[in-house]
Design a binder for this molecule. Structure first.
Ligand SMILES: [Zn+2]
Length: 393
């Protein structure tokens, strides 16, 4: 990494408004996902991150980032696809919102930008009896799984040249958990403009700034998220490119799901008043202190081997003694810069590993607490369990 690679954004990338300080996080992990132990990943493994907040539209963004590093992460180190039935909570909440918003009644050609393993696109295609379904997915592993499921997958980043790939225009374009990663809004929306029909619907899902910052949750604040959108900033951005917010919802897990219809580009948005999170830094510092106190001197198990877990490891300055995940495809993998291999839940939670007198602690370092907790209970874990915010559950 050289100084020339760093992109600086001193003003709001959505509206050009001035920057207010929001959050500084020291020594955050660069790689959010575990990789094969044999796969060499060059250091460094951590970086200091800083988010500003727009005084006009509430948008949160990283003041400095390295585009080349992030592109390399997306291509090579993105998450491990889970077998069918895993991590279905987000997918089902998304489908429920689509149903409630009346989007599922639409038929025709669909496009998903950043389709991961194709799980959601496949479900939508079936529900809508769509005639064609296309996916853009730059990660080779994900693209391969999606292709095996019968989807047409373009293994590349979506940009202004997307129309060159697609054989026809689409009536619905959706993109889940992509827009917060983008360096180039112009290219993304130019691509959408070129591939959608005149009466098309655009659906975006992204972590809600109001939900997370309002609760002192760090979940969306990691290296890969250049942006964390407020409802106002997402509406304003889409409006700039000719899309008007028509329906929206924030799920219990803190994801903003928003549906847009075409409109004249530009103009103001009249949605929620601006939001400020002046207490976020103090809340985050307190959380870090609480977690360090909680784990001090205790045997530690993590359930969850994703961005939340590695974030906690960097925050508390130690790895768990046992590290597991509900996704069996992660067993045997290691986070770059860490030493502990991910093991099966049975191995991690085995009673042989712990003496009750040592007060072992299980941290569910994942958003999927509702799916994980019944499994933990069924496996007989009787010691303390906390979520990623250090709250007992
Ligand atoms: Zn702004």
């Amino acid at each position: 990494m050289t100084v020339h690679d760093v992109t600086h954004m001193s003003r709001c990338p959505v509206c050009g408004g001035g920057a207010l300080p929001l959050l500084f996080l020291e020594s955050q992990p660069i790689y959010q996902h575990p990789v094969a132990a044999s796969e060499p990943v060059p250091g460094p493994f951590s970086v200091d991150l800083e988010w500003a907040q727009c005084e006009a539209c509430g948008h949160a963004w990283q003041r400095e980032f390295v585009p080349e590093l992030l592109e390399s992460i997306y291509r090579n180190h993105y998450y491990t696809p889970a077998p069918g039935g895993m991590a279905i909570q987000f997918r089902d909440e998304f489908l429920r919102a689509m149903d409630d918003f009346g989007v599922l009644a639409r038929r025709g050609a669909l496009l998903e930008i950043g389709a991961s393993d194709g799980d959601v696109l496949l479900a939508l295609t079936r529900r809508m009896e769509a005639t064609r379904a296309f996916a853009f997915e730059p990660n080779a592993t994900n693209a391969s799984v999606a292709r095996q499921r019968g989807l047409t997958v373009y293994e590349k980043f979506f940009d202004r040249h997307a129309r060159d790939s697609l054989p026809c225009a689409v009536e619905i374009a959706l993109s889940r958990h992509v827009i917060e990663h983008l360096f180039d809004f112009d290219g993304f929306f130019a691509g959408i403009e070129s591939v959608t029909s005149r009466d098309a619907t655009l659906v975006l899902e992204t972590p809600s700034l109001e939900h997370h910052a309002g609760r002192g949750s760090l979940a969306p604040f990691h290296v890969e998220h250049i942006h964390v959108f407020s409802k106002r900033s997402l509406a304003r951005l889409a409006r700039r490119f000719g899309w008007q917010l028509v329906r929206d919802r924030v799920t219990d897990d803190g994801n903003l799901i928003a549906v847009f219809a075409r409109c004249e580009p530009g103009g103001s948005v009249s949605c929620d008043p601006n939001v400020r999170f002046e207490g976020l830094q103090a809340a985050v510092d307190a959380l870090r202190g609480h977690l360090r106190w909680l784990v001090d001197g205790r045997p530690l198990v993590f359930w969850g081997a994703g961005s939340a877990a590695i974030g906690i490891v960097r925050s508390i300055g130690r790895e768990p003694d046992y590290w597991t995940d509900g996704n069996p495809n992660k067993v045997g993998l290691v986070f770059p810069g860490c030493t502990r291999e991910i093991v099966s839940p049975e191995e991690a939670l085995s009673a042989r590993n712990f003496r009750p007198a040592d007060r072992p602690l299980l941290v569910i370092a994942s958003s999927f607490v509702r799916e994980i907790l019944p499994r933990v209970t069924a496996m007989g874990w009787a010691d303390e369990i906390v979520d990623m915010n250090g709250r007992s559950i």
